[in-house]
Design a protein around this ligand. Structure first.
Ligand code: SF4
Length: 447
């Protein structure tokens, strides 16, 4: 169970030396209890206190790495129920199901779709993270053959092996030795044998049960058998069960530090209707799932899910921003255009993407406005004529260009006169309001 601030205080040196950045040991203890500080900030804490507090301060949802190498996925490590308390830590992974009843060419097509799923969105690489091979045939040979195909064509992609047949599990898992697969299908009937396989192969065990009570009993039993890394499934299939069970699991783990449910959650959301599947997957993304298994990965569906995941796992207290500087797009010459915008990541990536589309080499001055978009920054007094003039002057850009023309976003056309007043000798041109108008605007100027 989590320790209270006073219990933690009793284990601290009680010298109030302030080296941890807090005025007293009690203040530090309170921060530790709220998980707003970490024990290593106190250099004088005893080994015994470290042991006791280390156990108590371990993340309530166990951190686990799924897969290996560049495509490994970190799961768990979550500490809160709501994003406004602290950010969610490890984004959920998406997997697509590959049934072993499919033909070789159908399986190959799915693997290729996974490998081609990666997109770049606002500077982050997003992809379908894993392949879930399901023993739908009930045949050990077919399961092994499907696993062989996946391991040869996508050797670096994390894999979930889904079967309740221990012989099939044993045969297939050897193909992923050292690659930290998830072996999903441990239940009350096969727990001992599945735990043994997971232990031998150092795999993550996917544990499934009917309801939370059975699930927590099963994870305790499996832990006692020596398996530490598990992903859990309360048998949630309907959307309301995914929502309800996932919430109760996260609540039990983070609010009560209830260890038997302190594991990443896996949800299977496959539906015949792909739009419905998307909606159910969306619930799983927003409500605490760590691995979501889909039946299909159409590009439009991926885009929706990637965007949702990115939003949920962005720290709401820290605006996404890029570094203030003048970015070269293409290979600009001294006479190439110079534009200005703010450093909100989304603004930067959209504007720079559209400038790139124009194929007109340019310079983009990105001004630090604390991660706000153009209109918001202007309204907040952070994107003003004085500040723009100061930024352009201090950037030293004048020595790299042969003109003194600055293109500003159309939304702040109102600033053009006052910028010209403050930037002596400069001409201010008003660009399009929306970034998607930039290619036509730049091409027309270049013509
Ligand atoms: Fe107390 Fe340790 Fe902080 Fe010093 S550094 S005030 S001993 S908690």
């Amino acid at each position: 169970m989590a320790l209270s601030g006073v219990e933690i205080f009793k284990l601290l040196p009680k010298t109030n030396c302030k080296k941890c950045g807090h005025p007293t040991c009690l203040a530090f203890a309170m921060k530790l209890a709220q998980r707003q500080a970490t024990l290593d900030a106190c250099p004088d804490v005893s080994d015994e206190a470290k042991r006791v507090l280390g156990e108590a301060s371990a993340p309530p949802v166990r951190p686990i790495t799924f897969g290996s190498g560049d495509k490994a996925v970190k799961m768990g490590e979550e500490t809160v129920l709501f994003r406004h308390e602290k950010k969610f830590v490890n984004p959920c992974a998406f997997a697509v199901e590959v049934k072993d009843t499919l033909s070789e060419s159908e399986i190959t097509k799915k693997i290729e779709d996974v490998l081609a799923s990666e997109i770049d969105r606002v500077g982050q690489k997003l992809r379908i993270d894993a392949i879930a091979i399901t023993n739908a045939s009930g045949d050990k040979g077919k399961f092994e053959a499907a696993a062989k195909l996946v391991s040869s064509k996508a050797p670096n992609t994390p894999v979930i092996l889904s079967t309740t047949d221990t012989a099939a599990a044993e045969a297939a898992i050897k193909l992923f030795s050292g690659k930290r697969p998830i072996l999903y299908g441990a239940n009350s009937s096969n727990a001992d044998a599945m735990a043994n396989i997971a232990k031998t192969e150092k795999a993550i065990l996917g544990v499934t049960a009917h309801g939370l009570e059975d699930l927590s009993n099963l994870t305790e039993k499996i832990k006692a058998l020596g398996v530490e890394d598990m992903v859990i499934d309360a048998g949630s299939v309907k959307a309301k069960d995914i929502l309800g069970n996932n919430t109760l699991i996260r609540r039990a783990a983070t609010k009560k530090n209830f260890k038997p449910l302190g594991y990443p959650v896996i949800n299977f959301v496959q539906r015949d209707d792909t739009l419905l599947e998307l909606l159910v997957a969306g619930i799983a993304v927003t409500k605490y799932s760590s691995v979501i298994v889909l039946s299909s990965i159409e590009k439009w569906k991926n885009l929706v899910l990637f965007t949702l995941r990115q939003n949920i796992y962005t720290d709401p207290q820290v605006p996404m921003q890029v570094e203030q500087k003048i970015y070269n797009i293409g290979e600009p010459k001294p006479e190439s255009p110079l534009m200005i915008t703010t450093n909100f990541s989304l603004t930067y990536f959209i504007v720079s993407g559209e400038v790139e589309n124009s194929k007109v080499p340019s310079r983009l001055a990105v001004m630090d406005c604390e991660g706000l978009s153009v209109l918001t920054a202007w309204a907040a007094g952070k994107f003003t004529a004085t500040k723009i003039a100061q930024f352009i002057t201090e950037s030293g850009i004048e020595k790299d260009i042969s003109h003194k023309e600055l293109i500003i976003p159309g939304y702040v056309a109102i600033l053009s006169g006052s910028i010209e007043d403050k930037l002596e000798g400069w001409k201010v041109t008003v660009g399009p309001r929306e970034a998607n108008g930039l290619p036509a605007f730049l091409k027309a100027r270049a013509a």
